[in-house]
Design a protein around this ligand. Structure first.
Ligand SMILES: Cc1cc2nc3c(=O)[nH]c(=O)nc-3n(C[C@H](O)[C@H](O)[C@H](O)COP(=O)(O)OP(=O)(O)OC[C@H]3O[C@@H](n4cnc5c(N)ncnc54)[C@H](O)[C@@H]3O)c2cc1C
Length: 445
């Protein structure tokens, strides 16, 4: 197989044996290492097409890889074969009429910069700026601003897609490839819709007594008609834990001697500062009218304060890894009306299993990040306890009408929790797109 690859690519594009870096054998999912027979570094759509044609003929598994920042093992070659890296395909191809065309290996931070350089804005911001746009499209990445702006799929206007047999085609008729985690086709070019730049924005923090009143507040704020870009619910346990680890507790933990239950972080956007101020006053008015009952309202309207809030929020994930002996994360989507029940359930399930449950959620889009942490159990000892907890949470998520795909996808980390219905739907798509099953086997079903 390697010899055949050498006939269609230059030798320096093919990495084998000891030269395969450890990073190609895992992503951010703590499931272990899987070594591929070869890593192939694609430089063009033609490279991708030639590799897929060969692998399809030979029945060799192909796992596409972007930056490997995935949290569910999506880009990991669990069935061996080759890892097809598209990270080197990282050119911004052009901008016209509100549409930015890029190769799949362009990092999200560079997509945002290219949008900015053209006087426009690319909204999706799933939290990891060094992910590739191809990975974002393949996982339909979301993030806190999905409540206003939607997820990555909402910005994909076209794409060049290479199918399993090497056919090069477009997105039309192949829309299922978006969000398919590399199981139905390889994206080698993406055209992204950009939006007008935001005139001005500010952040409001609303500490609440408990999760229930925070959820009531979140729903009232969303219903008030000011289109908040972010309505992020932050449980005080996660705020406190991360604040201790970073030494910079930005969000409130206590107010007037009473423990805060949860804080809402709300981003308001407008045409200019006056517009933002007007909207903020109107939202604050909800508290005066008793529609929401925050303990206080804190305003972040300077660049420094906004940066500080987002840095503190961004530290949640890393604080778990460095601050606890063992830590894992679950990501799910839950209907807004069921979020409070889901949180209560997760906290109780954590307690039953002797785990700390620390969470934050994108209210509106439904994305929930549920971290479990332990100061007693290390990674290995935590694994079986986490599995019990995760099974209970995924089952509750399904019962509440939620979706275990969440923002991170299924990869191989969540396959065992997929419903039979979801597995059958994926099998039907596979039969059409990839009848030999070479693309990312072992994932999504
Ligand atoms: C600290 C941290 C925070 C995160 N927060 C979020 C969050 O809030 N929301 C969220 O959605 N994600 C989040 N992520 C997860 C991750 O960043 C996203 O899943 C991202 O979209 C993955 O991009 P990647 O380039 O790293 O893809 P990879 O991890 O390399 O691959 C992800 C999947 O996409 C497939 N794929 C990659 N490129 C292509 C392509 N060109 N064509 C077809 N399939 C392809 C792979 O086969 C794999 O199944 C976070 C990650 C980290 C480390």
């Amino acid at each position: 197989m390697i010899e055949k690859l050498k006939e269609i690519l230059s030798e320096n594009q093919i990495i084998t044996g000891d030269m395969i870096g450890a990073d190609f054998c895992h992503d951010e999912y703590p499931g272990g290492n899987f070594v591929p027979a070869a890593v192939v570094e694609a430089g063009s759509t033609e490279d991708v097409a030639a590799v897929l044609k060969l692998c399809n003929e030979e029945g060799i598994p192909v796992t596409v890889r972007g930056a490997g920042t995935g949290q569910v093992g999506g880009s990991v070659p669990v069935k061996g074969g080759i890892v097809l890296s598209v990270k080197g395909m990282n050119q911004v191809l052009g901008y016209a009429d509100g549409v930015l065309k890029v190769q799949p290996g362009v990092l999200l931070q560079d997509v945002k910069a290219a949008a900015e350089a053209n006087g426009m804005y690319y909204p999706p911001d799933p939290g990891e700026l060094t992910a590739t746009i191809g990975g974002n499209v393949a996982t339909n990445a979301g993030g806190p601003c999905a409540v206003k702006y939607g997820k990555t799929a909402d910005y994909v206007v076209d794409a060049v897609v290479v199918l399993a047999d090497g056919t090069v085609t477009s997105l039309a008729g192949n829309e299922s490839v978006v969000g398919s985690e590399g199981t139905l086709g390889v994206i080698t070019e993406v055209s992204l819709k950009l939006v007008d730049k935001i005139g001005a924005d500010a952040i409001l923090l609303f500490p609440f007594m408990d999760i229930e009143s925070a959820m009531v507040g979140a729903k009232a704020i969303m219903a008030a008609g000011y289109e908040p870009a972010v309505v992020e619910l932050m449980d005080t346990d996660i705020v406190e834990f991360a604040g201790k680890v970073t030494g910079n507790p930005v969000f409130p933990v206590e107010m007037d001697g009473e423990r805060v239950g949860a804080t809402l972080m709300v981003t308001i956007e407008g045409t200019d500062d006056d517009d933002v101020m007007e909207k903020m006053e109107a939202i604050a008015g909800l508290a005066e009218e008793g529609e929401i009952e925050p303990l206080d309202i804190l305003v972040g309207d300077t660049i420094t304060m906004k940066r500080e809030f987002w840095a503190a929020h961004g530290a949640f994930h890393t604080a778990m890894e460095s601050g606890a002996k063992g830590a894992r994360e679950i990501n799910i989507d839950v209907p807004v009306d069921a979020m409070a029940e889901m949180i209560e359930f997760a906290k109780a399930a954590g307690e039953e299993n002797g785990l700390m449950v620390l969470l934050h959620a994108h209210v509106g889009s439904g994305g929930m990040h549920i971290h479990v942490a332990s100061n007693e159990l290390n990674k290995e000892a935590l694994a079986p306890v986490f599995d019990v907890f995760a099974a209970a949470v995924y089952a509750k998520c399904a019962e509440l009408g939620g979706n275990i795909v969440g923002e991170y996808g299924i990869g191989y980390g969540k396959v065992q929790y997929m419903s039979e219905e979801a597995k059958a739907a994926q099998a039907a798509l596979k039969a059409t797109y990839d009848p030999k099953g070479i693309l990312n086997p072992g994932k999504l079903g």
